[in-house]
Design a protein around this ligand. Structure first.
Ligand code: ZN
Length: 331
């Protein structure tokens, strides 16, 4: 695929810089106003011209496969084998990753992947999103954000991306999504919302959400599979010199239903990630340990569960199941 070829020159993020043909690694101090944060960044500035690829992980806590794979990839890539520039940030949201291992930041309770492109004058997480978007994501020719099933989350591996209505951009993104060798691709039918990949798509950048790993797993083999998938994608983007792989057949889906808890209690799920459900089907119960009262939870759509709640204890608003339906090719 074609992406703009970068003039060879130094690659800089904050105080970290790499000349063409070199690699730099270190913490970059993000000055967020009231607070500062050290963000780990690796810059691989290729000896030859090519696109700039930005890979982030660790937007959320407890999502280990992506963090592990991004770190392994940043160690693996050699500048003399790279055409273009690769920026890897394995822990994009250190407070959420290190201090809470939760989807929200312990600083302000905000889910960073709902506030992109951020607000430099906002709260701590909005400011961090703005810093990441201005310093890393916004300058990419292609962007990949690695997520995983968190500690309390079941997940069936998938790639996500957003349709923008801009045919050239959507085709580039589709090509990237199909190059990863992950079978299920879930489309969002617009690029609205505060997810980093949605904000990047609105900025004209082909952008993928990659979701691999289940229930906080930290399996080295799973991380290596993801590294291999990312190297395949970098080959397809001509950043790495690799023979094109035979593309795996892909199944395309669209998001069809998000089921959240309406009550506090104990969640007993009848379905697992990867299961097919039909509208109205009882997919689990929330019981009140005080009264024994049972609250049935039903599927709001027909399709497949791609992720869901593994934790036993839930409060109103907790995401219990996300359902996608096979894509109607006419849409
Ligand atoms: Zn996540």
């Amino acid at each position: 695929m074609s992406t703009s070829a970068r003039a060879s020159g130094s690659l800089t993020v904050g105080t970290l810089s790499a000349e063409p043909g070199s690699k730099a690694r270190g913490p970059v101090l993000a000055d967020l106003g009231a607070i500062t944060m050290n963000i780990p960044v690796t810059l691989i500035n290729g000896a030859r011209r090519g696109p700039r690829i930005v890979i982030t992980a660790g937007m959320h806590g407890g999502e280990f496969t992506g963090v592990d794979a991004a770190t392994r990839l940043s160690e693996l890539l050699k500048p003399d084998e790279v055409s273009g520039q690769v920026i890897v940030c394995p822990v994009a949201n250190p407070p959420a990753v290190y201090d809470g291992r939760l989807g929200v930041s312990p600083l302000d309770g905000v889910n960073i992947n709902r506030v992109f492109p951020g607000d430099a004058e906002g709260g701590p997480t909005e400011r961090l999103a703005a810093w990441l978007f201005a310093g890393l994501v916004g300058g990419a020719d292609a962007y990949i954000d690695l997520h995983s099933g968190g500690i309390d989350e079941t997940l069936h591996d998938f790639i996500g991306y957003r349709l923008t209505g801009e045919p050239g951009l959507d085709e580039k993104t589709r090509h990237m999504a199909h190059a990863l060798g992950i079978r299920d691709v879930v489309l969002g039918l617009n690029a609205e919302g505060g997810n980093s990949h949605a904000a990047a798509a609105r900025h004209g950048i082909p952008a993928l959400l990659v979701e691999t790993g289940d229930r906080g797993e930290r399996d080295p083999a799973a991380a290596d599979r993801l590294v291999d998938a990312l190297c395949g994608l970098l080959g397809e983007l001509r950043v790495l010199d690799r023979a094109s792989r035979e593309p795996l057949p892909v199944r395309e889906w669209v998001w069809a239903g998000a089921i959240t808890a309406e009550t506090t209690g104990l969640w007993y799920s009848d379905v697992a990630a990867g299961d097919d459900v039909t509208t109205g089907q009882v997919i689990g119960l929330i019981t009140d340990p005080a009264t024994g009262r049972e609250h049935q939870v039903v599927a709001s759509a027909t399709g497949r569960v791609f992720y869901g709640m593994h934790g036993l204890t839930v409060a109103p608003g907790a995401e219990l199941a996300a359902i996608a339906a096979p894509r109607d090719p006419g849409r």
